[in-house]
Design a protein around this ligand. Sequence first.
Ligand code: FBP
Length: 338
Amino acid sequence: MKTQPYKQDSGKLTYKVGVTLDRFIKSKQQDFPYATGELSQILRDIALASKIVSREISRAGLSDVTGAFGQTNVQGEEQQKLDVVANVRFTRALTKGGEVCAVVSEEEDLVIDLENSKGKYVVAIDPLDGSSNIDVNVSIGTIFSIYRRKTPTGSPIQEQDVLQKGSDQVAAGYVLYGSSTMLVYSTGNGANGFTYERSLGEFFLSHPQMQMPVDGVIYTINEGLTPHINPNILSYLEGCKRKGATARYIGSLVADFHRNLLKGGIYLYPPTSQAPNGKIRLMYEANALAFIAEQVGGAATNGTERILDIVPQSLHQRTPIYIGSKNMVAGLEKALLG
Ligand code: FBP
């Protein structure tokens, strides 16, 4: 039979739309030691749930999903309706995807056992980060960490499956619901960013092989905390200001981290006299962003130890965190030594 070779049409009529997240995940699958498609499926599940949550957020003012839900979570924080919506959407998507055996969520007191005898993975997730910004239309996010369970599939979920160090993550990332919705993730071979094209319902590769500047001009801290923090941090911030650095603080960790990743900067949430371990949660906030930070050439510490080396003791433990441009984090660690 006579055939003809495929000729890539480069006419203006059919401009290229770019690489979809799905195709990218597939093309990178062989990079992953256990490449059997399970991790790819989990990333797809997270992408699907984030599309639904992005839709709910973008029309929040038109539907009854703003305001408090009327319950508090294990942190004693008042749950927002969208916190609950996001928690349900991500947990449901991970359950239906069939590759996850347990979920650790900021909105759930205990580990959720998905009773999935073939699930090899554990996901830790902050379904909606930046709760104080939900109802005021300021950027918020989702943060996720993916681990391989340690015990045999089908056996009861053990502490060792869940309380794993950040350096054991097999993948991690975040979704930013901002002026556009973006998903940034890494499986340990650099980090890539995808922008959501709502009209096509697809994430497209928009930020390949992201890199964080080693030096930055931005410091990010809730200035309201300064009367209650270590004076060495105050002198470090004075040093940054003398070097011309500027303050930026959105109050949503994902949004502040993402900006500093692109522009160079440091996010600080130190221990305070009221919160001796700071505010940020290790398992589903700090670990994932520290993984990404290191993959893009940045760094993350609790002041004395690399965040990814911290051995978790409990699901909802908090940790001081200083994360961002490598030289700025190194400068902070030096300042803390006094
Ligand atoms: P949650 O909203 O998921 O609880 O996350 C914590 C957080 O909102 C971060 O996103 C943010 O960086 C920080 O707390 C803001 O804290 P504060 O209001 O004390 O500045």
